[in-house]
Design a protein around this ligand. Structure first.
Ligand code: SF4
Ligand SMILES: [Zn+2]
Ligand SMILES: [Zn+2]
Length: 309
């Protein structure tokens, strides 16, 4: 006899470990959407008439993000969803992922906006990697900083009110632990500001699927047959994150709820930081005018070091 759904008694297709629920397809999809809706409401991430820029990578997390938001936003006719992909210029990887992103957007009758590193900074990531000298940073450091800037610039140009990204629970717990283990818990606060405390010149960024585990995400893509691209990036060498992933997966297996507990601790750090911050001193970069924590922003100093400015 097949296992029954804890909610409606139909045959179950998925065990959600951290709630110990067996779920049929319909109840799995409904509860996944509800979970995202609750995260959005709890942190007041979105407003009824937002122009929402949805960062789409072509991977599974952002596929779920767009599909779930599409369903939630049906209740908010004044809101708009605009899928946006940043093409870093990684041959054989992002160009392939872009095809999945386009398919996903067109399945939902949306137009995908695309901005490239070449347009924004004059060079694709593949060239930037070649321009580095041996002592300089890894590809992901350039990619991360330039992608964040690209998303903000594109969202501003497209008149977006908010940027949503597809970071899931596993990503968030791993990142929080990585920052703590590097002794940089302030970074958790710097990169996770709540929408209630925006910084001028920066479009607020929120993470509506941060309470969905990677298992939930994979199951949702299968149940909804969403198109996505799953080949790893050729520059990915995140040994530290991979070690943590294995450790946290093991802990989550032994003690379901560990990932959520780590994320809640990170949220408490953000709150404490925001409450203690009387006036956040922020400068404008002398070169590009974007918000910066020092005279020349990180993007401009990176490009200058490469001789690409
Ligand atoms: S793995 Fe690194 S280089 Fe590749 S897309 Fe991610 S951040 Fe960019
Ligand atoms: Zn059911
Ligand atoms: Zn600058």
């Amino acid at each position: 006899m097949s296992i029954q759904c804890s909610k409606c008694g139909k045959p179950a297709v998925y065990l959600r470990r951290y709630t110990a629920e067996q779920l049929c397809r319909t109840c799995f999809i409904d509860t996944t959407i509800q979970r995202v809706r609750r995260t959005i409401n709890r942190e007041k991430m979105l407003r009824d008439d937002d122009r929402i820029m949805v960062a789409i990578s072509g991977g599974k997390d952002s596929a779920v993000l767009l599909d779930v938001l599409y369903r939630i936003e049906e209740d908010f006719p004044k809101a708009e969803l605009i899928p946006l992909t940043i093409d870093e210029g990684i041959q054989g990887y992002r160009d392939e992922a872009l095809k999945a992103a386009r398919r996903l957007a067109s399945d939902l009758q949306m137009k995908l906006e695309v901005r490239t590193f070449s347009d924004l900074f004059g060079h694709p990531l593949d060239d930037i990697v070649k321009m580095r000298d041996e002592k300089s940073l890894g590809a992901c450091s350039y990619c991360g900083v330039l992608r964040r800037r690209s998303l903000n610039t594109a969202a501003r140009e497209l008149d977006g009110d908010v940027v949503v990204t597809g970071h899931n629970l596993d990503d968030e717990a791993q990142t929080a632990m990585m920052n703590m283990m590097r002794g940089d818990s302030q970074r958790i606060a710097r990169t996770n500001r709540s929408r209630a405390q925006p910084i001028e010149g920066l479009i607020p960024r929120v993470k509506p699927v941060k309470e969905l585990s990677e298992r939930d995400i994979v199951a949702y893509t299968h149940q909804q047959s969403l198109p996505y691209h799953d080949i790893p990036c050729p520059y990915a060498v995140e040994a530290f994150r991979n070690d943590l992933r294995l450790f946290l997966n093991d802990m989550e297996h032994k003690r379901p709820g560990t990932l959520l507990a780590i994320m809640r601790s990170a949220e408490a750090i953000v709150q404490a930081f925001e409450q203690s911050e009387s006036s956040h001193e922020l400068l404008s970069c002398e070169r590009c005018g974007d918000p910066a924590s020092r005279r020349i922003c990180k993007v401009c100093s990176m490009l200058a070091d490469l001789g690409a400015d």
